[in-house]
Design a protein around this ligand. Structure first.
Ligand code: SF4
Length: 624
């Protein structure tokens, strides 16, 4: 075994809310070698510790809050954090990433990650420092929004405190509730719902910056090199200037900006929601711990009724989801919607998608004013959208049905509503039209968390990147390798929970390996083949987790609309596109992955990845 790393804390904290037991445990060295940290630790421990088919909202589910190995260092953009659990929205794996400072603070407290298990009898919060951890009564905080909760805890514990908490949506078990820290959130897959089910209102960490590195001088030099590369990079300056607030300019031009519940790929008058319009509302910018890109653009509404609305964001997905789905071009309403979701603790993508779904049902007559508490869900009506966000968070009226996500809401509503529910495995789609960006669409179909862009972002299709090669975004039968590449790349880089924006810049992967070595002293981490193999191992173990939960080829698909209705792009490229070769794609994708035709990792592949122990768990699924 190589020299033990010092940058890892080498330990994690286990907190059981049923028994009140709190203990520190060591991370086995083999686990470090196989998974490095971050997402690798997440799936390793979740797979090992969760029995199959448990209730995601029951006391046997666990919530893992993870940092990456470089978190809290002076390196740029490496201090994001991640949540792993079983999703109450999808019933499969949940992975959700957030920014701000909280990841660095987990590390400063002395841990690589925290496992919360069990269920408290009444609302509690956890206060963690580098030498203590206590569970406190949170009845006073229950019902408070995420801003009030964070202010209350920071006032109590002082300025070196960072908080991750849920809002009213998590308390009410809205199935796509978020965990919020600062104004950033781990929002996908219902991770805040799981936290709410444990009656855990917040985790507050008070800690001083204090880290040890294997080679401090070498690391300092690499961090300096990284800053120089940032400064010389056009991408960095674009990012610093706009963040993602102008991505909709690109996606509308490409015809992949989903409008009216994924019927159109371009919004009429899309210049009214463009980056330069957002610039007019901008009042500042913010960033995550140790990131000079500061890509969070802060906006404030100026006109009635949104004057004073204020949000850190919206970023691209939120810009899209509160405009396209309901055909709204009032960006101040989008800012207000973003603020509401952050305050109430909601995932913006699922919230806006559920609302877009309801608008289409209203247009089709499946929902009427009697069902909507008198709201007129007519395209362009942003005021009804704002009302619906509150109703979802508080589970009132139609909001109570939409709070369970489009898949369950369609079941509850009936009358053919499922044809308009845009989800994969129960997770609502991100803001890229699969028929015009097919590698992105196939990534949605095969992602182990459901339809999420970050699981394997197809940069080649949105930004024209030529790594590993140029991609025809309309091709269906020749891009399985790109989907595999994008998914494995993301898994690899997320062992350090590196920001998805900067990790794609050409030079980053090379520097990442060197930083891992300087931080840990483990030379093998400089080997890019080794890192790729870790990424592949993670994706395979995630897949095995889902197989054990009963998922297979049947769930690797896209909404019927993408398979049967032509896309309309209003003059942009891609008019008439559909996904016609899903089965062929899956055959190719599974073959490349070394999986069976049913989408189950084959024993040979699992052996090759050192995942032999998984074979016995999923044997029964091979024979089905
Ligand atoms: S680029 Fe933006 S999201 Fe990424 S680490 Fe920096 S501030 Fe955070």
């Amino acid at each position: 075994m190589e020299k033990r790393m010092v940058e890892h804390t080498g330990r994690f904290l286990r907190i059981n809310l049923s028994t009140g037991e709190i203990r520190t445990e060591l991370i086995a060295e083999q686990v470090v070698m196989d998974y490095i940290s971050g997402r690798g630790f997440g799936i390793n421990y979740l797979y090992q510790e969760l029995a199959p088919n448990i209730d995601p909202l029951g006391e046997h589910n666990k919530l893992l809050l993870l940092t990456g190995v470089l978190a809290g260092t002076t390196a740029q953009s490496v201090s994001r954090w991640m949540v792993y659990t079983k999703s109450p929205l999808t019933g499969c794996l949940a992975r959700s990433v957030a920014g701000a400072d909280f990841g660095a603070w987990i590390k400063f407290a002395g841990y690589d990650f925290i496992i919360v298990e069990g269920k408290a009898e009444r609302p509690v919060y956890i206060h963690l420092t580098s030498d203590s951890c206590q569970i406190h009564d949170a009845r006073e905080l229950w019902g408070e929004n995420t801003v009030g909760t964070q202010e209350w805890l920071c006032q109590r514990y002082g300025k070196n405190t960072r908080v991750a908490c849920i809002g009213p949506a998590g308390e009410r078990l809205v199935k796509y509730a978020a965990i919020v820290t600062g104004r950033r959130s781990a929002s996908r897959c219902g991770v805040g719902t799981v936290m709410g089910s444990k009656k855990l209102k917040a985790i507050a960490i008070s800690a001083q910056r204090d880290l040890q590195l294997h080679d401090p001088a070498g690391f300092k030099q690499l961090a300096k090199e990284q800053i120089e590369l940032y400064r010389a990079s056009k991408s960095f300056h674009n990012w610093k200037d706009m963040g993602t607030t102008n991505t909709q300019d690109i996606t509308n031009k490409l015809g992949i900006f989903p409008v009216k519940n994924f019927r159109y790929g371009q919004q009429t008058d899309y210049k009214r929601i463009g980056g330069e319009e957002y610039r007019k509302l901008r009042i500042g910018d913010l960033g995550c711990y140790s990131c000079s890109a500061r890509c969070s653009k802060v906006h404030s509404g100026r006109s009635t009724p949104y004057a004073g609305a204020h949000s850190e964001g919206p970023e691209y997905e939120t810009i899209w989801v509160f405009t396209g789905p309901i055909d709204n071009t009032n960006i101040e309403a989008t800012v207000a919607a973003d603020q509401l979701c952050d305050d109430l603790g909601l995932d913006t993508i699922s919230t806006g998608s559920c609302i877009g779904f309801a608008y289409e049902l209203y247009e089709k007559g499946i929902l009427t004013k009697d069902d909507t508490d008198g709201l007129e869900l007519i395209y362009g009506n942003h005021s009804a959208m704002i009302t619906l966000i509150k109703k979802i968070a508080l589970r009132e009226g139609l909001g109570d049905i939409l709070a369970d996500g489009t898949m369950r809401a369609a079941d509850a509503i009936g009358k053919g509503a499922e044809a308009y529910a845009m989800h994969v495995k129960g997770l609502e789609l991100s803001g890229y039209e699969p028929r015009g960006a097919k590698s992105m669409g196939f990534n949605y179909a095969t992602s182990n968390i459901g339809a999420h862009h970050c699981y394997g972002y197809a940069r080649q299709e949105v930004f024209g990147a030529n790594i590993p090669r140029i991609v025809d975004r309309f091709a269906e039968e020749e891009n399985a390798d790109i989907v595999v590449y994008n998914q494995d790349f993301r898994a690899m880089i997320e062992v350090g929970i590196v920001c998805s924006f900067v990790s794609n810049w050409e030079w980053f992967p090379r520097l990442f390996g060197k930083m891992l070595v300087a931080a840990t002293g483990i030379d093998r981490f400089a080997d890019s083949d080794y890192l790729w193999r870790v990424g592949e191992r993670i994706v395979n173990l995630e897949r095995a987790f889902n197989v054990r939960e009963g998922f297979s080829r049947k769930q690797d698909t896209l909404p019927q609309r993408m398979l049967t209705e032509p896309l309309h792009t209003r003059g942009a490229p891609g008019e008439g596109q559909m996904v016609r070769a899903m089965d062929k794609f899956l055959d190719q994708y599974y073959e490349l992955r070394g999986w069976t035709k049913k989408g189950i990792p084959a024993p040979q592949k699992l052996n090759e990845l050192g995942l032999n122990y998984v074979i016995r768990d999923i044997t029964q699924h091979h024979s089905k």
